[in-house]
Design a protein around this ligand. Sequence first.
Ligand code: SAH
Ligand code: SF4
Length: 368
Amino acid sequence: MSVYDLSPDELTERLTAWGEPAFRAKQVYAQLWKRAATYEEMSDVSSALRERLAIDLPLGVEVLDERTADRGATRKALLRLGEAGHVIETVLMGYPDRVTVCVSSQVGCAMGCGFCATGQMGLESNLTAGEIAAQVVWAKREAARLPEVTPQRLTNVVFMGMGEPLANYRPVHEAIVRLMDPAGMRLGARHLTVSTVGLVPGIERLSVELPQVGLAVSLHAADDELRNELVPPNRLYPLAELEAAMAAWRDRTRRRPSIEWAMIDGVNDADEQAGKLAAIAYRLRAHVNLIPLNPTPGSPSRPSPTRRIGSFVHVLEAGGVNVTIRDTRGRRIDAACGQLRLEHGADATVTRADRLRGTSGGARGRQG
Ligand code: SAH
Ligand code: SF4
């Protein structure tokens, strides 16, 4: 278990059991979450306690590889997390007005979308709440080192990395609660977005338990025949049911859901699909995000040509729908979810990042 798995109360319990005063635990908690500090950086904590913390409650974050694109504004890391050494990807994206981290919720994914690099891996493991939150802590540290054209401060978290967050609901929920903790990182729920392939029971739970958190649904097809093929969980939760869950979510939270749509050449980019999507999005008052497909090694699919995307957008706009084309950040560094991980294989043990960062490497519990 990593220290990021512990709530403030649990951390206090551990430290008081070691004979430390309760205020010390509060100090350590604030350093971990507010400052995203490593134990070595906690100068207000005795070196004996820091050593014990590093051994008994490791941070459990090791950077295995790192790639940069967009003049340093996009950074993608391959991280090894927790006691189990789960290897996943986290992407940090700096924009002029915000800094967003895209976090993973699982190692691999069981949902089986054929165009997705993570789906091609299958599911290896769930991440714990601490392993999910640790990615945000990494991002908080790195945000300060982004180019000056960005706010250099982490502002947003999206669950669009590896895995299906609603198939690992409890840990994702716990991680979100921890990230919002006023005594810790204090991220606003409105700056968090969960992206799902459309698991209806999870959407219902989110609407009740975390109504301030944003929702993005990866639709990719606007009729059941095509969606069953592209997104296998559609067979369990067909479109009508999914749309009803999204409408209920919108009514309960009073927020607009987003619809994600990967533009796949000759597969889901016809005007006919756009027309059907426009009707759904209009009814839901949803915002549509089009993502030109990032090609993956395990699939012959290609991104739609620019002209086709233009026509698709035109149909949506004519239908009164708000639509944006997502910039394909970091395509040169294989930013599509799961690609870097695929490249490294199951036993990724690269130490290039240790060299880059001037850390001695290897030591579990080191971060940044
Ligand atoms: N499992 C969740 C979240 C992770 S995937 C979900 O499916 O929503 C995050 C987003 O990336 C989803 O919208 C997904 O459809 C999209 N995606 C996956 N592979 C892609 C690829 N090769 N090119 C473009 N988008 C992709
Ligand atoms: Fe899983 Fe999302 Fe990839 Fe589908 S698109 S396989 S749900 S990570």
